[in-house]
Design a protein around this ligand. Structure first.
Ligand SMILES: [Zn+2]
Ligand SMILES: [Zn+2]
Length: 345
């Protein structure tokens, strides 16, 4: 099969590799859509290294058609349309025992320790099949929509950490795919005002189209003044940092009211140590949380919200490329000209 092989940092080679076969308990999918994540870009640029192998196939947001089932697999058959939660926990470490399988001490993931979906076929490990990580999807949604259940599930995890709810004033920093998903989730959760901060005009337009009350260009407007204006000087109830710019973590602290919540959703580059006004956290009793990956519960919820049309993800896909144009695809994703980039192998 053809696969986009990550051979070294900054190097992806489209090449022929052996087509995976389904071993006992495994299934093999014909990949129909795989979307490029910000994390894939960080992996490509050598800024994320945990679980990354060379050579390997990356790509962890995907959906496809079952083409082969291994011995002992009962619940799937060739032709099934499925999408996959790629984060595979061990189910027995202290974190898994406490409902935090997303940060499992022995966590592995498809697109990291296991070859991912920027290829014609992807093998789903037996632990993922048996663990309930493969979800059947209805005919009503497109492959790329199902692929986006993964990032949406991560966003649901973040929304829970930020405790977004009825009547909240929410600020979202960054209107890339992740920010635009957070926006829709916050709206669905009953947020009263949602302010999105984003320097790119086309992304601000999309934010307004998807329900933002205000889309601020942080280079042109004073975001803090806008937020104070809307909240009678108090500040937002919650801020979600949806882009991994270290300085934003500190800015976010100044945007929330006393007792407000800041969720550091986006990952930062390894070694980033931004200065932080720790007294803002101290005196204002700010709750700062992080979010890493997702659990099966988040994935399933995301998929069902997409199927129900509560969260619009098709609108986020701005570019589609065949596998042959993997380089153009990564360029489009990195350039920020579009929003979400999908590969259709
Ligand atoms: Zn992702
Ligand atoms: Zn575990």
């Amino acid at each position: 099969m053809r696969a986009a092989l990550l051979t070294a940092p900054n190097q992806i080679v489209l090449t022929e590799v052996p087509t995976p076969a389904a071993g006992s308990g495994e299934i093999v999918l014909r990949v129909r859509a795989a979307t490029i994540c910000g994390t894939d870009l960080r992996i490509l640029r050598g800024k994320k290294t945990r679980g990354v192998r060379f050579p390997s196939v990356i790509g962890h947001e995907f959906a496809g058609e079952v083409v082969e089932v291994g011995k002992g697999v009962q619940e799937f058959k060739a032709g099934d349309r499925v999408s996959v939660d790629p984060v595979i926990p061990c189910h027995h470490c202290a974190y898994c025992q406490n409902g935090m399988e997303n940060v499992c001490a022995n966590r592995t993931a498809i697109g990291y320790e296991f070859d991912g979906a920027f290829a014609e076929y992807v093998r789903i490990p037996a632990t993922a099949v048996a663990g309930g990580h493969v979800y059947k999807i209805g005919d009503g949604i497109a492959w790329e929509q199902a692929a986006l259940a993964e990032p949406l599930g991560c966003c649901i995890n973040g929304q829970e950490h930020a405790r977004i709810g009825l009547g909240d004033v929410v600020v979202i920093l960054g209107a890339g795919p992740i920010g635009l998903m957070h926006l829709q989730l916050a709206r669905a959760a009953g947020a009263r005002q949602i302010i999105v901060s984003e320097p790119l005009a086309h992304r601000r337009e999309m934010a307004v189209k998807l329900g933002a009350d205000r889309a601020v260009d942080p280079h042109e407007e004073d975001l803090q003044a806008v937020v104070k204006g809307i909240t009678g000087g108090l500040g937002a109830d919650a801020v979600i940092v949806a882009i991994g710019i270290p300085a934003l973590a500190n800015q976010a602290l100044a945007l929330v009211r006393k007792g407000g919540r800041v969720n550091l959703f986006a990952g930062f580059s390894a070694g980033d140590m931004p200065p932080m006004d720790v007294n803002l956290i101290h005196y204002n009793e700010i709750v700062v949380t992080g979010t890493s990956a997702l659990t099966r519960r988040h994935y399933e919820k995301a998929l069902r919200l997409i199927e129900a049309g509560v969260v619009k993800v098709k609108e986020l896909v701005s570019h589609r490329f065949p596998l042959e144009q993997i380089h153009e695809a990564f360029q489009a994703a990195e350039g920020g000209l579009g929003i979400k980039v999908a590969i259709q192998p």
